[in-house]
Write a protein that binds this ligand. Structure first.
Ligand code: ACO
Length: 330
């Protein structure tokens, strides 16, 4: 069975409550109809109920089973605002500022999760990544023991000989512009867990660089080598190796030549890039030139799943991301 079908089957069993923060956006409403029809999750749409009613009527969309919440008038505003003031007391947030912030569905959604009124959220069809992520980072925060939120892509290839049965996992393609060595190590360990949880992949993690095992000398190479060492300390059971070049990570003969004896070189299924520039450009190259399907970014390390869509997303991208978010909520 294809990965996305497995993810949808698990989502159906879980019946988690997912907030669609951009509830007055057409693709989001079309996706909500499909999600409800396929029973992938319970859905809350944020937005003005009258606008949603007019739009769904005009377009012939049925979202009657969705909960619709207007962040401007909802009865829980005061409660959420008090929670926000408590969470941000060191930053001096006032109750008036919190109430004003809650007018923004991108703040209201994470607060629903924080208060236990929802299990996950997605947005980003009409908002920039930073605007989706900032309130999530400020209020939902990270999992215990995790300091860095990052984003992975599941790259799906028609050629099943690539990676793990046609799947490679790339990180961090979405969040941390310039991770230090400790953050890079954390991204590697978290990505291995995500790959296992979502795609049941037995992780073999390559820490990518422009050097393999000291073939080049540079501070950027040291960063990846040190991150590999720290990741080993954090998760000694994990198959992780680096620093290594992309060909050493993926091509058996090159791996054996450049990194003999490695349990990762030549057979990596998780690629951890040294920074966001390389990772973001890298996944788009593989998507556009190799024709791989890119599922993500799946955000990881947050205390509850909140995922960001691309503004160019399709209705089926939103449906898939809801199913993934529901899986992450467990
Ligand atoms: N993990 C955990 N917490 C974080 C992280 C992170 N990766 N980044 C920021 N934070 C926390 C900060 O500590 C801060 O907490 P505080 O307010 O409690 O002190 C809060 O989040 C806000 O952080 P700032 O640095 O003030 O916010 P900023 O907006 O500058 O940065 C952001 C956060 C939005 C994630 C930024 O790093 C960013 O824009 N990253 C790039 C996103 C992007 O454009 N990706 C590419 C597009 S996505 C794609 O193509 C698939």
């Amino acid at each position: 069975m294809e990965l996305i079908e497995q993810i949808k089957d698990r989502a159906r069993l879980l019946q988690n409550r997912i907030v669609l923060a951009e509830g007055t956006e057409l693709r989001t409403l079309k996706a909500a109809e499909i999600i409800l029809k396929e029973k992938l999750a319970r859905i809350t749409l944020l937005g003005n109920p009258q606008i949603i009613a007019e739009l769904t009527q005009k377009e012939g969309i049925n979202v009657s089973e969705a909960e619709i919440i207007d962040p401007l008038t909802n009865a829980k505003r005061q409660h959420y605002a008090e929670m926000m003031v408590e969470i941000r007391k060191s930053k001096g947030l006032t109750i008036d500022e919190a109430l004003k912030s809650l007018n923004n569905p991108l703040v209201f959604g994470p607060m629903m999760i924080k208060a236990g009124d929802a299990d996950g959220e997605i947005a980003g069809a009409i908002n920039a990544t930073g605007d989706v992520l900032r309130p999530a980072l400020q209020y939902v925060k990270t999992l215990p023991g995790v300091s860095v939120v990052s984003g992975v892509f599941f790259m799906l290839f028609k050629n099943k000989a690539i990676g793990d049965n046609g799947i490679l996992v790339f990180a961090d393609c979405a969040v941390m512009p310039d991770p230090d060595e400790k953050q890079l190590a954390e991204i590697a360990v978290t990505t291995a867990k995500t790959a296992k949880a979502i795609a049941n992949i037995e992780p073999r993690v390559a820490m990518l660089s422009f050097s393999t095992k000291g073939s080049a000398k540079h501070a950027l190479v040291d960063k990846v080598a040190n991150a590999t060492r720290i990741a080993h300390e954090m998760a000694p059971e994990l198959m992780i190796d680096g620093e290594m070049q992309l060909d050493a990570a993926l091509v058996k003969e090159v791996g054996e030549l450049k990194s003999p004896g490695s349990e990762v070189a030549g057979k990596a299924n998780i690629l951890v890039f040294p920074g966001l520039e390389a990772a973001n450009i890298g996944y788009k190259l593989v998507q556009r030139l190799a024709g791989a399907e890119a599922i993500g970014p799946v955000l990881q390390g947050m205390a509850a799943p909140i995922n960001d869509l691309s503004r160019g997303c399709s209705v089926s991208d939103i449906v898939n991301m809801v199913a993934i978010t529901a899986n992450q909520a467990g």
